[in-house]
Design a protein around this ligand. Structure first.
Ligand SMILES: *Cc1c(COP(=O)(O)O)cnc(C)c1O
Length: 413
């Protein structure tokens, strides 16, 4: 039981350094960075933190496992360009993301294209690009057969399997039970036969059980079950399995009480699976695809305090940024009970008096709250409120046009 006088706290946001009492991003203190950007609000992503996260993960992953970046988490072209130099491949889920990945110079052989409801034009673009298409519906087989004939290029395909298990304890479940994603495992053998008949270039399997998981043992269990399923399904494959994408689901701590994921046991688990793959599916590469875990902790959302006001006995700091740029921090992107992201006053982050305040955005809706009654350094108009853990599912996952405020800017520092 949690005792009242020891409420759960946020994980420490010690990935960012401080200089002269100010938070820095890419070694640039916040006030200088805001001047460089020319406006608030903005998102800033730290190159060194992105590099460091990939390096730290590579250190624990067996060399045989390919690390992919899932663009959905953050599709900013400059960031995707940096990630292209760090990872082995990318996962895209629309023709728009496909363009960003290809523009960034990713080798099409190492790009996979997932997503339900792929349009005819998207399938055609994917085949012409030479990327691996994760088939998510029986409908896609005849559609890809037509496109392949027309272009004279056999579509490279993998089957996204909707497994008969879930990733336990994940924030968003993407597999198991009835789902619009992938093909139910029961239907996969007949789908594999139709892929063979259609003459598509079969390459393997894709499983993605869920997202935002902070428990290593749950992730290991899902990877083992996913691997075993791929091994079983490989018996019915029209040709040798060359790729088994085990998904991701690695989470980052957002809310009080959450701790950073321990990736060491996941690396060990993957090393065992890579050994098994060498025996059971000797041509198969194991792939993991991560979005949030690679980029989420490397980004902040910076907004300026426009007004400090008291209503009854509550103090509100009204900011120039809010849910239209950062839906997730407002608690409206898949949360059931609203909880606070880690937040600070970026130019008063060390020492000094604190107070309990709420951070409101400028939108005329009670949903626009960046922090609800949080203990923060005492702040005034003109100070910077900073939302941590904002490198993933931020700008691109927010309704920027809602209420017609200025767009936000994103920078890589
Ligand atoms: C969203 C998504 C990802 C990335 O998920 P994260 O939780 O950000 O790591 C990876 N693969 C697929 C198929 C996805 O839909």
């Amino acid at each position: 039981m949690l005792v009242d006088n020891h409420p759960p706290v946020h994980a420490t946001m010690d990935q960012f350094a401080y200089s002269g009492g100010e938070l820095t991003v890419g070694n640039v203190p916040l006030t200088q960075l805001a001047a460089r950007v020319g406006q608030t609000p903005f998102y800033a992503y730290d190159r060194a933190l992105l590099r460091g996260r990939v390096a730290q993960l590579r250190h624990v992953l067996p060399p045989a496992v390919k690390l992919h970046y899932a663009l959905k988490a953050n599709p900013l072209p400059a960031l995707v360009g940096l990630m292209a130099s760090l990872v082995d491949g990318m996962d895209v889920a629309s023709s728009g993301e496909l363009k960003v990945a290809l523009d960034a110079g990713v080798n099409p052989a190492e790009v996979s294209f997932a997503g339900p409801g792929k349009r005819g034009t998207e399938l055609r673009q994917a085949v012409a690009s030479g990327v691996l298409i994760n088939i998510e519906s029986v409908r896609e087989v005849p559609a890809l057969e037509r496109v392949s004939m027309e272009l004279g290029l056999a579509a490279r395909v993998a089957v996204r399997v909707n497994p008969d298990f879930e990733l336990k304890g994940s924030g968003m479940k993407m597999g198991g039970g009835p789902k619009p994603f992938g093909v139910d495992v029961e239907q996969v053998p007949s789908l594999l036969a139709s892929i063979g008949r259609a003459g598509l270039a079969f390459e393997g399997f894709h499983l993605f059980a869920g997202s935002q998981n902070l428990r290593a043992e749950s992730i290991c269990e899902a990877q083992q079950k996913s691997f075993a399923l791929a091994e079983r399904l490989s018996q019915d494959a029209p040709s040798a399995v060359r790729s088994v994408n085990l998904g991701g689901g690695f989470g980052i701590p957002y809310f009080p009480g959450e701790q950073r994921l321990d990736v060491v046991p996941i690396g060990q688990n993957l090393a065992q699976l890579a050994d098994r793959a060498r025996r059971a599916m000797p041509e198969a590469a194991l792939v993991i695809e991560l979005g949030r875990y690679l980029v989420g902790e490397a980004g902040v959302y910076v907004t300026r305090i426009l007004d400090r006001k008291t209503s009854r006995d509550q103090t509100f700091l009204v900011c120039d940024g809010g849910l239209h740029h950062h839906l997730a921090a407002s608690g409206n992107f898949g949360q059931i009970l609203r909880k606070n992201y880690p937040v600070t006053i970026g130019n008063k982050a060390l020492g000094g008096p604190t107070e309990i305040v709420s951070l409101a955005g400028p939108l005329c809706t009670p949903l626009d709250l960046l922090a609800d009654r949080m203990t923060l350094p005492v702040a005034q108009e003109g100070d910077f409120a900073v939302v941590f853990q904002s490198g993933a599912y931020g700008a691109s996952a927010s309704p920027q046009n809602f209420l017609g405020h200025p767009a936000c800017i994103e920078v890589l520092v």
